[in-house]
Design a protein around this ligand. Sequence first.
Ligand SMILES: [Fe+2]
Ligand SMILES: [Fe+2]
Length: 153
Amino acid sequence: MASIDRSDPVILGHVLAEHRDLFHLMLAVRSSLAAAGPLPLERREDVLAAMHELRDHLRDHFTQEEQGGFLEESVTRIPRLSAAVQSILGQHPGLLAELDRVIGDLESSPADPGVWARVDRNFASFSAHMTAHERSENAVVQAGYNEDLGLME
Ligand SMILES: [Fe+2]
Ligand SMILES: [Fe+2]
């Protein structure tokens, strides 16, 4: 069991590092949107590139989580976390679809004067949903690993 003890900080560190990467990609989109104000059409490609990079990273991150790893391990350790994990994983398709709608909006309405305000607002809303999602994952992993350590004492 000692080896499991030693793996805890590694797993928690990996989760936090992954979530930090996603947070930075979301920030990159926000700052490209902030810079888009005065020259919207010229900046559109930069914003779209940042959004596509985030989208690709997010899909890989979700796939990794769904294929097992820290969430599954948390349930193995503390079975009552199962419902929370199922609910968290169930949010993935909706989050990807929400980001896809923002990207699709920007791609399909280059000449729409209202597009920037709408994209900015909808991306902020997506970011808030993502942040809440990651926070609940962090909480599950922490509960899974901390309680397991507590039981072994
Ligand atoms: Fe997730
Ligand atoms: Fe995550």
